[in-house]
Design a protein around this ligand. Structure first.
Ligand SMILES: *Cc1c(COP(=O)(O)O)cnc(C)c1O
Length: 368
């Protein structure tokens, strides 16, 4: 029997979250962001749940080709555009939309002779200072793009630095001031702006993390009351039980000391599975349907939990590390990271299963 740890992927949760995006931004089309192998969930695995998306956005040329080979015939956006001229020779036959954020990419398009002109998203650096043309440079770049024969349409795009915890008006204002008189679709909003900044919804939104049910701010509290469903459950079992006497410790570094007689459960899950080693004592874990907490240090293949509130739980008891009942952000936050990182970092050795019931036509037809 393999180790009892597994990740379960819930297609109906992704479908539900996508519908939530559509209801929240009802006049926008949706680029479903599936970079980083669909935030760790697996592109091929979650693909059936994207049927209602208007477009797919990602980073890797390989991933874009995989999506086309799955049969996707609506737009595919390369969020960082191409890295070298040869990439355009792939973007052309696979009809990829490319983000263009610098003059070097315009040079590549100016020199390219694609069979069909290529749609681009011209990216403005409205304050994030990562990729894009500065506002003062944007119109010049747009004029240049509009004269390049290899370019079909020009969408206008920018990305927010702190839509999750702050105001976005300064970036929206910078974007609008320069683009007001330019034609083309607008695309500004990541997950946080979809949830919290309707002003920025515009023609196309670009949600990633909320499709998978994680919090755009990394904080579970911020999405309380928003009916997002976890697309991944990381689950395992209790593979050992110890009874500690007061004064005894558990695990490496002896960081946890029992102050009373207590039962400790050993879970088959460690940092080599993608569980954060920095998770402190007190991080929530669900054992046999009861919420309890981590004690002691997370090791490579195991972690330990307090079984005091789960008197009935013994060897083989089911454990949820994150998922439906424990938001991934509740594990990420005390560990000094965000849910995004934990989902993307699920280790290869963890078996992944898809809820098969989800792909039935019946479920597809169900209202959210
Ligand atoms: C990753 C990414 C997104 C999605 O961000 P989330 O916070 O996951 O919604 C949107 N736009 C761009 C340009 C991105 O790189």
């Amino acid at each position: 029997m393999p180790r009892p740890i597994a990740a379960r992927i819930h297609l109906d949760a992704i479908r539900h979250n996508l519908q939530l995006v559509k209801r929240t931004a009802p006049t926008s089309r949706v680029w479903s962001v599936i970079k980083a192998n669909a935030y760790g969930h697996g592109i091929e695995r979650i693909y059936p749940a994207l049927a209602e998306a208007d477009g797919i956005a990602l980073l890797d040329l390989d991933e874009a080709v995989r999506v086309r080979e799955l049969g996707w015939n609506r737009p595919v956006l390369l969020l960082e555009g191409v890295f070298e001229p040869d990439d355009l020779a792939v973007a052309d036959p696979y009809r990829l939309t490319v983000s263009v954020h610098c003059d070097e990419q315009l040079d590549m398009l100016a020199a390219a002779r694609p069979r069909e002109p290529i749609d681009i998203q011209l990216k403005m650096n409205s304050g994030m200072n990562r990729l894009g043309f500065r506002p003062a440079d944007y119109e010049r770049a747009w004029l240049r793009a509009s004269r390049i024969e290899a370019i079909a349409s020009i969408g206008l795009m920018t990305h927010f630095a702190n839509a999750d915890d702050g105001a976005i008006d300064w970036q929206v204002d910078a974007f609008d001031a320069v683009t007001r008189h330019l034609p083309g679709t607008r695309s500004l909003s990541n997950s946080a702006a979809v949830l919290w900044h309707p002003r920025a919804h515009r023609d196309w939104v670009r949600p990633g993390t909320i499709l998978y049910g994680a919090s755009p701010s990394g904080c579970a509290r911020h999405i309380e009351g928003i009916p997002l469903r976890a697309a991944m459950t990381l689950e395992s079992r209790i593979i050992g039980v110890q009874t500690l006497q007061p004064g005894e410790t558990t695990g490496y570094g002896r960081t946890f000391t029992a102050d009373r007689p207590m039962r400790i459960g050993v879970v088959a899950c460690g940092y080599a599975d993608g569980y954060p080693r920095h998770a402190p004592a007190g991080t929530p874990v669900r054992v046999a349907g009861v919420r309890t907490q981590l004690v002691g240090r997370v090791s490579m293949d195991m972690l330990t939990v307090d079984l005091t509130p789960c008197a009935a739980a013994g060897m083989g008891a089911p454990v949820e590390l994150w998922g439906e009942h424990i938001r991934v952000d509740e594990v990420a936050e005390p560990s000094g990271t965000i849910g995004y990182e934990l989902l993307c970092a699920l280790a290869r050795r963890v078996r992944v299963r898809c809820d098969t019931a989800d792909v039935t036509a019946e479920r597809l037809a169900q209202p959210v």
